[in-house]
Design a protein around this ligand. Structure first.
Ligand SMILES: NC(=O)C1=CN([C@@H]2O[C@H](COP(=O)(O)OP(=O)(O)OC[C@H]3O[C@@H](n4cnc5c(N)ncnc54)[C@H](OP(=O)(O)O)[C@@H]3O)[C@@H](O)[C@H]2O)C=CC1
Ligand SMILES: O=C(O)[C@@H]1CCC=N1
Length: 278
């Protein structure tokens, strides 16, 4: 049974936390009318902020928000996903929505089972730059999702940035580890660089300005030039110069191995989130 998704249907977010806010901001900025977006969120303060900032309709619980709604975006934590889905299973059987989940680890098979079966599920992994339309999302669709369902999910997530379809769901945990969590790795590097700049005697505001513009400039070079990262790095690194001293220190400290291990651990945590919350 294919999902019941039409072009003009409302989108309901189940969970109105950090990531839902980023996606809603992206949708509104891309021209989705606020009247087409509903959010179910138990925390009154979050509901009020979303209604005020974006003009979306807000609800205290999911059951009040879902009737007649074709796309359900599950944006709750993996730990509560099963309870939330099971509470909506009766409505899912009646409405046949397209279920879009952004939860780390939770599989399409689990989501479909908890929603009572026969539901099209698109498992996605966006990231927080979605708020600026500069995100990237990996998407996997189960066999119940038809071409219209795929197009609807892709259209929803493309307002948050780029989209990449993943055909082997087992790889979604690696997507989560690389791009879902990835902004935090860049922020961690920025934090460490700022602290090091202060250690070298730079005033706080100068340290912040130098680091932020460096991250922005480097990200733009990475995305706007055709050169691979290694070549861009080579061009900064004068033989016997300052960059070489720094890069050799990173390499000697096992930087690459540390990044590989961090991403492997994040990938494994995704698998654990699935198993622990089944
Ligand atoms: N943050 C990120 O960068 C990314 C997060 N994700 C995924 O997005 C999901 C949400 O993460 P994030 O936004 O950070 O988490 P948040 O905790 O900020 O948001 C989840 C929200 O859902 C609410 N909630 C809990 N139960 C229900 C319910 N029954 N109905 C409706 N809402 C409910 C929570 O309320 P309460 O606090 O009271 O429980 C909370 O406000 C997670 O599954 C995560 O794996 C994916 C990509 C990136
Ligand atoms: O840390 C997490 O589990 C979520 C998923 C990716 C980003 N945040």
């Amino acid at each position: 049974m294919m999902s019941n998704v039409g072009a003009q249907q409302a989108i309901v977010f189940i969970g109105g936390g950090n990531m839902a806010r980023s996606l809603i901001g992206g949708l509104i900025a891309a021209g989705t009318p606020a009247s087409a977006i509903r959010v179910a969120e138990p925390v009154a303060e979050l509901r009020d902020t979303l209604a005020r900032d974006f003009g979306v309709s807000v609800f205290g619980d999911a059951i009040a928000a879902v009737p007649d709604t074709g796309i359900w975006v599950f944006a709750v934590k993996p730990q509560v996903m099963r309870t939330v889905c099971e509470s909506l299973a009766g409505h899912a059987r009646a409405i046949r929505p397209l279920a879009v989940s952004i939860a780390a680890g939770i599989t399409a098979e689990q989501l479909e089972r908890w929603l009572g079966g026969g539901v099209g599920v698109v498992r996605c992994m966006p990231n927080t730059p979605a708020l600026l339309g500069a995100g990237v999302t990996g998407l996997f669709a189960n066999a119940q999702v038809d071409a219209d369902g795929r197009a609807a999910a892709e259209s929803l997530l493309s307002s948050a940035g780029k989209t990449v379809w993943i055909e082997d769901e087992a790889k979604m945990d690696a997507v989560t580890a690389v791009s879902g969590s990835g902004p935090a790795y860049v922020f961690l590097l920025a934090e460490a660089m700022e602290a090091a700049a202060r250690t070298q005697g730079l005033p706080d505001d100068a340290a912040r300005a130098l680091v932020l513009q460096t991250v922005l400039g480097a990200a733009r070079m990475l995305t706007e030039s055709d050169e691979p990262p290694a070549e861009l790095r080579r061009r900064v690194t004068s033989p016997g110069g300052t960059t070489q001293a720094a890069v050799e220190t990173f390499e000697a400290g096992g930087f690459r191995e540390l990044v590989a291990q961090a991403i492997a651990n994040a990938t494994e945590r995704g698998r654990q989130l699935s198993a622990a919350n089944d």
